[in-house]
Design a protein around this ligand. Structure first.
Ligand SMILES: Cc1cc2nc3c(=O)[nH]c(=O)nc-3n(C[C@H](O)[C@H](O)[C@H](O)COP(=O)(O)OP(=O)(O)OC[C@H]3O[C@@H](n4cnc5c(N)ncnc54)[C@H](O)[C@@H]3O)c2cc1C
Length: 369
């Protein structure tokens, strides 16, 4: 069995690594040319709590594996820390929106505690938090680089070409793929090409099923004084952030820049001013100083709202996508790649994936980073 994974962001690198290291599959990872991708720009917040149950399951499983593995902690430069997730009030029923079932390590945190302990002010009535003492952040870029180095050491092919063309060899045959300088064959090809996925599938002339959209994510690292909050997401304002070293804070707000060209994006001053205004309202004890590092890059937003393996309907069983992280793949990539690798191989061994009917749940998820 030979599988070609296209794209060496955190999704593709980990999927290729799982297939080779855990299943002994002959893997080719086409890394494409070096260019600014979502993995390089990512803030790397990880936690177990998410609103959507399936996303939460993957997030918790990823965090558990990360915390249990010395190798993964080292590869990803994992920094343990607290995570605070502030939920917007539930609609009009008088209760807050904190679910009854929380991850085992998480606890409910009411508005008063959010204010007294973490300096979160001005929350609407009914807002409440989920506090996780064992969360933190990692470097998705470091994790994918280490996974690629390990893949090479295992003898996997890791050419730097960019996928240009594919051909399917008969109804039960494999896939022939081409870069500018190389041709290869595989039983299956997985496009883990992030925000480039829609464009790539169109250029290959295959019919894509559910489409992957693109959107800019903008955030920045600031000099910051006063008590720094832990890593947090505030649904009520959209503000998210985390400490980024002594006296520094990374902060951002979701943008509405849909349909953006993949890669690096323009850093917009008015979006940056909105971040300062939201931080002044929610975290008045935090004094934001000079902007140290602007960040703006494009991510892929899929119909499931999370990193998902999906068959491409125009070539079922031979062509898949593994993308759609919707601004949150870094925290899911470990578990999603583990499950995608075993799901892919199970489907291939019993032939079911050729039906192209692998389920894609259509839940929309709030972007929370
Ligand atoms: C600014 C920012 C902050 C973020 N913060 C967080 C966070 O705090 N927590 C969190 O969980 N998530 C966060 N995310 C989201 C997360 O980082 C992304 O969802 C994740 O990195 C996406 O990884 P990927 O591998 O799917 O895509 P990418 O990283 O975009 O990788 C796709 C790769 O495919 C390659 N490629 C494309 N076309 C071809 C081709 N034809 N041939 C070969 N290769 C090709 C590209 O060069 C690229 O390397 C953030 C994202 C951004 C942009």
């Amino acid at each position: 069995m030979r599988i070609c994974v296209v794209g060496a962001g955190v999704a593709g690198a980990l999927l290729a690594w799982r297939l080779a290291a855990e299943h002994g599959v002959r893997v080719t990872l086409l890394t494409g040319a070096p260019r600014p991708d979502a993995t390089a720009a990512s803030g790397g917040l990880v936690r177990a709590f998410e609103r959507d149950p399936e996303t939460a399951r993957l997030a918790a499983s990823s965090l558990a594996e990360l915390r249990a593995s010395r190798t993964l902690r080292k590869w990803s430069a994992y920094r343990p820390g607290t995570s605070l997730y502030v939920l917007a009030p539930a609609d009009g029923d008088g209760h807050d929106a904190v679910p009854d079932a929380l991850p085992p390590t998480a606890e409910r945190c009411d508005r008063r505690r959010l204010a007294d302990e973490f300096g979160v002010q001005g929350l609407p009535e009914g807002a409440a938090g989920v506090l996780e003492p064992h969360a933190g952040h990692l470097s998705p870029d470091g994790l994918r680089r280490a996974a690629v180095i390990d893949l090479v050491a295992r003898g996997a092919e890791v050419p730097s070409g960019r996928l240009r063309a594919v051909a399917f060899d008969g109804p039960e045959g494999g896939v022939t793929y081409r870069t500018a300088t190389q041709e290869g064959t595989a039983d299956v090809l997985v496009a883990a090409t992030g925000a480039w996925t829609g464009r790539l599938l169109r250029s290959l002339g295959v019919i894509a099923g559910d489409t992957v959209r693109t959107k800019v994510i903008q955030c920045a690292v600031y000099r910051a004084g006063g008590p720094l909050p832990p890593a947090f997401v505030d649904e009520t304002s959209g503000l998210y952030g985390r400490p980024a070293g002594p006296g520094r804070m990374l902060l951002g707000l979701p943008t509405e820049r849909w349909g953006a060209e993949p890669g690096a994006a323009r850093f917009l001053d008015h979006e940056e001013r909105a971040v300062r205004a939201a931080a002044a309202r929610r975290l008045p004890g935090l004094s934001l100083g000079r902007l140290m590092r602007p960040v703006a890059a494009v991510d892929a937003y899929g119909p499931a709202g999370r990193l998902t393996l999906a068959p491409v309907l125009g070539a079922p069983g031979r062509l898949f996508t593994f993308t759609g992280g919707s601004g949150g793949s870094a925290k899911l990539a470990l578990a999603a790649s583990r499950e995608a690798a075993s799901g892919l191989l199970a489907g291939l061994s019993c032939g079911t994936s050729r039906t192209g009917r692998a389920p894609i749940t259509t839940i929309t998820r709030r972007e929370t980073s």
